[in-house]
Design a protein around this ligand. Structure first.
Ligand code: NAD
Length: 417
């Protein structure tokens, strides 16, 4: 199948490279020319386990190409996937659709007749209707179907999740579009579960899922505070809760709060949508507020640890919002570091993959260590903020020898070191 993907970020790139591996003919389109040049040269522009090999194999096969030209990219395509960002509006929290509608405007004149346009970006309920309207207005001759095809991959596991999706939700009433999506994923294992629903339901499934997970994280974080105050062990409590199949063990790990490019923005976006519709989403509202407070609370706990130390030095392990990625968007670790730096303490940071992305946000406000042991050298307290396995497996004797005092605040693994 000939496919065009608009947007080669954390979703578009693994999806494009994965589809090429499945045997499709994929053109990835991005307006960032520098990114396109790098990808053409086989250089990955973001970190995901296995992505570099997948990109190289796609380029070598000739089935994966990159362009910054819409006209060239969508020529002859049967399926066009929209995978551009939908960041939150800073003021209102609603999804900012300027990139999506920008891409629609640019691509509409070149859409092949009979093509299917699938919105992979996470978009407010009803956006598919608007995309369809805008395409029809610009290009009335194109008989395109606009469908919703939300993405559920987890950053850090994007390549794995592409080849082993838990579910593929397709929002359309069109039989032709349904068959096309089934054909698209036909090379995947037979167990792949498809769910065909109305377009608006599909759009809502994505938000409802992410908001649910955010609420679950917020819940276990509040429970951690409760257990600490009540003298119970949150890990034992979480284990006990997770054994109940109605609850399940996933997302029952306390930590510095949820982050990344999805949960924070999607909770705010659905809350905004609901408010406009006159519906109260009190649980989601509480999670948004509680998650913000949690980061502040963590930063205060760290500062308290060094309040009596003259010219304290704090070492931070982990900047990415989670392990397995270099993504620092809305990372609790980065926000906590920003708070520490604003209190004029000396902060030295290390992350195995996110140093470049974090530096774009933190600039010269902190020091950057070449490895985790160097970061900890001479520190009064070591803080672990991202769950990279190499942190858990550190040589703790070496760490202890390097630290000025043996204070470790482990907000991820919660182990005695
Ligand atoms: P991203 O910011 O990493 O990538 C977006 C890409 O789109 C960028 O490379 C940008 O240059 C490009 N772009 C923007 N406007 C364009 C245009 N007019 N023409 C061509 N390219 C254009 O975003 P992302 O993290 O991949 O997220 C994309 C969408 O997928 C969002 O709606 C997000 O909510 C959703 N989503 C993300 C994840 C995730 O884990 N990141 C998971 C599920 C869903």
């Amino acid at each position: 199948m000939k496919i065009a993907i608009i947007g080669t970020g954390y979703v578009g790139l693994p999806t494009g490279a994965g589809l090429a591996k499945l045997g499709h003919d994929v053109t990835c389109i991005d307006c960032d020319r520098e990114k396109v040049e790098k990808l053409r040269a086989g250089q990955v522009t973001l970190f995901e386990e296995g992505l570099e090999d997948l990109l190289k194999s796609g380029l070598e096969s000739g089935r994966l190409t990159f362009t910054d030209s819409m006209a060239q990219g969508v020529r002859g395509a049967q399926l066009i996937l929209l995978a551009v960002g939908t960041p939150p509006d800073r003021r209102t929290g609603q999804a900012d659709l300027r990139y999506l509608f920008g891409a629609v405007k640019e691509v509409a004149p070149f859409l092949p007749s009979e093509a299917v346009v699938a919105v992979k970006s996470t978009v407010p309920v009803g956006t598919g209707d608007e995309v369809e309207k805008r395409i029809r207005k610009t290009n009335p001759k194109a008989r395109v179907e606009v469908i919703s095809l939300p993405e559920f991959l987890r950053e850090g596991y994007a390549v794995h999740d592409f080849f082993h999706p838990v579910r593929i939700v397709v929002g359309t009433q069109s039989q032709k579009a349904r068959e096309l999506i089934q054909e698209l994923y036909a090379p995947l294992p037979n167990a792949t579960r498809f769910l065909f629903v109305a377009r608006r339901s599909s759009e809502a499934i994505k938000y409802a899922s992410n908001a649910f997970l955010a609420v679950k994280i917020h819940y276990i974080n509040e429970m951690a505070d409760f257990c600490e105050a009540a003298g119970a062990n949150i890990h034992e409590v979480a284990q006990g809760m997770g054994l109940d199949s109605r609850i399940g063990p996933a997302f029952l790990k306390p930590g510095p709060g949820y982050g990344g490019s999805c949960f924070p923005k999607d909770t705010k976006a659905i809350e905004h949508m609901a408010r406009k519709l006159g519906v109260e989403l009190s649980l989601i509202r509480a999670a948004i507020k509680g998650n913000k407070k949690r980061r502040e609370h963590m930063a205060q706990r760290i500062l308290k640890e060094v309040e009596d130390v003259p010219s304290p030095k704090i070492a931070v392990w982990g900047l990415a919002f989670k392990e397995g990625t270099d993504d620092c968007r809305e990372s609790p670790a980065v926000e906590i570091v920003q708070c520490l730096a604003s209190h004029h303490v000396d902060v030295c940071v290390y992350d195995p993959q996110a140093m470049t992305t974090a530096r774009r946000i933190l600039g010269d406000s902190v020091q950057y260590a070449p490895d985790m042991y160097s970061a900890a050298l001479g520190a009064d307290v070591l803080v672990i903020l991202t769950e990279w396995p190499q942190f858990d497996a550190a040589d703790w004797k070496r760490v202890a020898n390097g630290l000025r005092s043996r204070h470790i605040l482990d907000f991820r693994f919660f182990k005695k070191r």
